[in-house]
Design a protein around this ligand. Structure first.
Ligand code: GLN
Ligand code: ZN
Length: 760
């Protein structure tokens, strides 16, 4: 016997039905009921997709975010929303999610949205629960119970998925600096009620997620875990304590000892801990192993998996359950939707639906022997072997080039203080030079033109002409405004990773490979399947053209290797570091091509550098070492007079300051406006040696910053950083704004810069 289950299914739908329904609802085009009907249909579809499993999950679906669902289930709704008298629950729900409900901007009833942050080390973002000293929880399980009833109509074994109390507290934020753990007692009483209600609804197994167990936990938090599960054991329902995204390490013993009936371990990232867990887990407990990777898109090597799984099964017998390593939220829905991926590559892939088939097949092999799936095993072996040997994946010359990388390739000719003298002489920029982060408004017309070209409606020559016109317009606007360092505006780019990936060997793109980023927002990460290289310059023609239109310096714009890596599905047959170094070499070539083409300032964006940090701090150095090395290889092969910029759009630098300094970019532009320049303290204390452009206004908002507000911010900046090393720029790229917003904002920014140059 072996039991199969799933930890969670993608919510968004094969054709992003949920996204489109949400957006229509928010615009007021469909009713609340219509939205709920679409959601219910999706759930039914997803249960059908999972119907071969022994246990199907319920409660993993969400209209926006499962952590926000949990807050509503626990009655933890911020007062600014719970006190709104007019609105329905769903209306309140969207107000916490996004500050407003359907179409009510005009009604002036916006409240500020809940903060959003990354779900562990994934690109999914959740709404941060808010806590205060006197937060009181109260159970509201109706929605969950309804969904359970729905599921029970067609399936006998239904397993609710809930976020565990410790992880729920851990993921939230105290708004009044009180200790979140003080709330545990009250929270546990509500969880106990919840478990009771689920029991009464006929539930036997509950998946209770405690991903916090893969984090470094202090004694207090470990104690909270212990207390929680000792207290909840009174409930007569089976708990499957579920961990994922990493190893348990020093929490392993704790996890094994807790009085629950089952433990789920991510057998991909925590493979080395399986034996220990089997040794330590009391004989009456179920062990669920996440044997299929829920974080990537590759087919599982079934033979190899069975090789290690069969002995495990022999030891555990019916105590073994099989599942994906984590929720399948992080992969696209169904590979069968794809019509255009190359057949070879397609044969190497598995999306959510295919991953569940793999679980099914593995279970069958354990139950009835490998012969029972002989044909499937053979087919799988062929696919795995074809990928291993494929000439499209492996290129000796690229691997050799990576082997030949040496330290010297990542070191500038002269240190910053010497090359800055050369650069100053060459550019003759004023004090407080002004620039932007790269993109300018992506108008409907620009998007339409790109679309027409892509679908073959517009011939290439005409497309190029249209883009040149856009660049020309953008350059003229920047000159008229009086910016000091210009950009071409990025009209030809749909996305900062996809644009480069499409021109590189080793990348594949899907049509429907959408993954939820937050709420209705989805991303379609490229798939890096093979050794990465590029055969021809990717950007020089556009940038050179832009430079030809102006005598001011034109900044060439590239995406860095670490960001390309972190925003893609990457290979599992070599280390991330290897792939990153290949990317670094490819982009290094582009940097050198731009330099050769006469471009004197080159920006290499590393928006996602921080995102790649491992969950455990003890592993940060290892990541930072190779990530920074990759950046240095990309950027630092240029001459002293070429000025390298980098850009990062977040505002937490304290703990990675020395790594940032090691990048040795001449100029770094960062997001700061919302932190009131306080973040520059880190740069100050660290004596960051190079130039900094702290963003002076938030590009996410349509508001036009005043001259005074910018002066004030820059005065604060200049108390921390010497004025000759300060630049003035917005927080990030301007592609989501309109020209009506951009022009006055930049005009004020430039006026502020000129004032500062005269007065400071
Ligand atoms: N150069 C990019 C832009 O301006 C940078 C985007 C980003 O940092 N996310 O759009
Ligand atoms: Zn940015």
């Amino acid at each position: 016997m072996v039991t199969t289950h799933n930890l969670g299914f993608p919510r968004i739908g094969r054709n992003r039905e949920l996204k489109f329904a949400l957006e229509k609802y928010w615009k007021g085009d469909i009713s609340e009921q219509a939205l709920l009907d679409i959601a219910a249909d999706l759930r039914l579809q997803h249960w059908r997709d999972q119907s071969k499993l022994d246990w199907i999950p319920v409660g993993d679906f969400s209209l926006y975010d499962h952590v926000l669902d949990m807050s509503f289930l626990l009655g933890n709704i911020p007062a600014r929303v719970s006190t709104l008298s007019t609105s329905s629950t769903i209306d309140k729900y969207f107000r916490v999610a996004r500050g407003r409900s359907a179409n009510d901007i005009a009604a002036q009833s916006c409240v500020h949205a809940g903060e959003m942050t990354k779900w562990f080390d994934t690109n999914y973002h959740y709404i941060v629960p808010e806590f205060e000293r006197n937060t009181k929880f109260s159970l509201n399980a109706n929605h969950l119970l309804e969904k359970i009833q729905q599921a029970q109509q067609t399936h006998s074994q239904v397993k609710p998925v809930i976020l565990g109390p410790v992880s729920y507290l851990w993921l939230g934020k105290s708004k009044d600096s009180s200790d979140k753990l003080d709330l545990l007692e009250d929270l546990l009483s509500v969880y106990a009620q919840l478990l009771d209600q689920l029991k009464n609804a006929g539930i036997q197994w509950i998946q209770i997620d405690e991903p916090v167990l893969v984090m470094e936990l202090s004694q207090e938090w470990k104690y909270a875990v212990r207390k929680t599960y000792y207290q909840l054991q009174a409930t007569p329902v089976n708990l499957m304590l579920t961990t994922y995204f990493g190893q348990l390490q020093d929490n392993l013993q704790l996890a094994c000892e807790l009085p629950v009936q089952g433990l789920h371990l991510d057998a991909v990232t925590a493979h080395d801990e399986i034996d220990k867990v089997i040794d330590w887990l009391p004989g009456h407990k179920i062990l669920s192993l996440g044997v299929v990777n829920g974080r990537n898109v590759w087919k599982t090597d079934l033979t190899e998996t069975l090789n290690w799984l069969e002995p495990v099964h022999a030891r555990l017998e019916e105590r073994l359950w099989l599942a994906p390593s984590c929720s399948l939220l992080h992969v696209p829905v169904d590979l069968n939707s794809e019509q255009k991926i190359d057949a070879d590559i397609q044969s190497w892939l598995a999306f959510a639906v295919q991953k569940l088939n793999e679980i099914e097949v593995l279970a069958k092999a354990l139950k009835h022997g490998r012969e029972s799936i002989a044909e499937i095993l053979l087919e799988n072996r062929v696919a795995i072997a074809s990928r291993k040997q494929s000439k499209r994946v492996h290129h000796v010359d690229i691997k050799t080039r990576v082997l030949e990388i040496n330290e010297a390739m990542g070191v500038r000719q002269s240190p910053y203080h010497q090359r800055s003298i050369i650069q100053r002489k060459q550019f003759r920029l004023p004090l407080f030079p002004t620039t932007t982060i790269g993109s300018f408004p992506q108008t409907q017309e620009i998007r339409q033109t790109r679309h027409n070209f892509r679908v073959g409606k517009l011939p290439e020559a005409e497309y190029r002409q249209a883009m040149r016109k856009e660049i020309e317009f953008c350059v003229h606007e920047q000159e008229a405004l009086g910016l000091d360092v210009l950009v071409h505006g990025e009209p030809e780019r749909n996305d900062m990773v996809e644009y480069f990936g499409e021109q590189l060997a080793g990348f594949a793109f899907t049509q429907f490979g959408w993954v939820q980023s937050y709420g209705s927002r989805c991303v379609k990460p490229p798939i890096i399947y093979g050794d990465v290289s590029h055969s021809q310059a990717m950007t020089t023609e556009w940038i050179q053209y832009a430079q030809s239109l102006t005598s001011k310096p034109m900044k060439g714009m590239l995406t860095g290797p670490v960001t390309m890596l972190n925003w893609s599905f990457v290979r599992d047959d070599q280390s991330r570091e290897q792939t990153c170094m290949q990317l670094a070499l490819a982009i290094r070539d582009e940097v050198l091509a731009l330099e050769k083409a006469g471009i004197k300032i080159i920006q290499i964006d590393e928006a996602a550098m921080r995102e790649g940090l491992p969950l455990r701090k003890s592993q940060w150095n290892d990541y930072l070492n190779w990530a920074i090395h990759a950046f240095r290889i990309t950027a630092n092969g240029v001459k002293d007079e070429t000025q390298i910029h980098t850009h990062m759009c977040y505002s937490e630098f304290n703990d990675i300051m020395s790594a940032i300094a090691r990048m040795d970019a001449d100029v770094i532009t960062i997001e700061t406006s919302r932190s009131d320049m306080e973040l520059l303290d880190a740069f100050d204390q660290f004596r960051y040696p190079n130039e900094i452009g702290p963003g002076v206004y938030d590009i996410h908002s349509p508001n036009i910053p005043s001259v005074d507000s910018i002066i004030e911010l820059m005065e604060k900046a200049s108390q921390r950083i010497p004025v000759e090393r300060l630049w003035v720029n917005p927080d990030c790229g301007l592609k989501t704004r309109t020209w009506e917003e951009v022009k006055p904002a930049l005009c004020n920014m430039i006026a502020a810069s000129r004032y500062l140059a005269r007065h400071l």
